[in-house]
Design a protein around this ligand. Structure first.
Ligand code: GLU
Length: 308
């Protein structure tokens, strides 16, 4: 890809199964936006939670992306190979007393906690605990009462007060794995990502990520959260459910369905090849066409490109 600007986008699938239509939509949105801005596009394998990794699915996802005509500008980054980097950042946050070890059981938290935006709000039970021994303990990030706002390119202004809305959240898990929230922030910064285009299920996570960026003095990327593809019952498609895998055998029909789902200008009678599709996508992509649905959009099951 000819990249002449400092736009740096990325696609960050978790290798927990085959690429499904929802991930394809996210990849198309991020790639089309990058192409239009003549930026660079990176792929990161989010295999930080190795307990959920499905053997072979990282390679399968990359193969599928290639078949769809996606091209990335750097070698794929694997989170599973970045443990020492995450540990360095975790140690820094603990040294600065911004994070603390927590051994509260879910039950104990549930007894005291109120329901927040995304699950229970951690009530600060272990906040005063200081312990050097972190093995088998979760590490939580200390949150505050300041309002954290950002301007999403589709959803507009979105604000949260983390202490009130979410509570001190986990950045390192009891099972020893780095939590997604920390890994994604460190990786986006280390890869120089300045444009994050991803599914709207992560809209509510964004203030936590921005808060971490502020604490770590990392630059803040721009965020765009695209509508989620849901099944007929309104649930997000998930790779673990083996939901609607896209077929590398019929990439053009998958790309056209994703384009339509993203509410983009109707394609001309062609294009007849994936190269033509991407040329068309580069010149016509318009993020302003994407509206936020009052209800999640439903991907008509029959329109989905199923694997045969
Ligand atoms: N790994 C996440 C997923 O597959 C995406 C995370 C992100 O884009 O920040 O849903």
């Amino acid at each position: 890809m000819a990249h002449t600007t400092d736009y740096r986008g990325r696609f960050a699938p978790s290798p927990t199964g085959s690429l499904h239509f929802g991930s394809l939509v996210a990849a198309v949105a991020s790639y089309a936006d990058t192409l239009q801005h003549q930026g660079s596009w990176l792929v990161r394998m989010e295999d930080v939670d190795e307990s959920r990794t499905v053997k072979g699915s990282a390679d399968e996802i990359l193969h599928t992306l290639e078949a769809f005509g996606f091209e990335w500008d750097q070698p794929v980054l694997y989170q599973s190979q970045r443990k020492s980097r995450y540990r360095e950042i975790l140690d820094q946050l603990q040294r600065q007393s911004l994070a603390y070890a927590c051994s509260c059981s879910r039950r104990k938290i549930a007894q005291q906690a109120l329901m927040g935006l995304e699950g229970l709000i951690y009530p600060g039970t272990c906040r005063q605990t200081t312990t050097a021994n972190l093995s088998s303990k979760a590490v939580r990030l200390r949150t505050g009462m300041e309002e954290i706002c950002f301007e999403d390119r589709i959803h507009g202004k979105h604000c949260q007060v983390l202490e009130k809305d979410v509570g001190d959240f986990i950045i390192h898990r009891t099972d020893g794995y780095t939590a997604y929230q920390l890994a994604v922030v460190v990786d986006d910064a280390d890869q120089g990502i300045n444009q994050v285009v991803r599914g709207a299920d992560l809209l509510l996570s964004t203030p936590r990520q921005i808060y971490l960026q502020k604490l770590l003095e990392f630059p803040q990327p721009a965020y765009t959260h695209i509508p989620l593809v849901t099944d007929a019952r309104g649930r997000k498609l998930s790779k673990q459910d083996r939901a609607h895998p896209v077929s590398a055998d019929s990439p053009l029909s998958g790309l056209k369905s994703a384009w339509k789902f993203l509410q983009q200008a109707p394609l001309p009678a062609g294009p007849g090849s994936i190269q033509e599709f991407w040329q068309w996508a580069t010149s016509t992509w318009d993020i302003a066409r994407i509206t936020t649905p009052a209800r999640p959009q439903h991907a008509a099951t029959e329109a989905l490109p199923h694997r045969q």
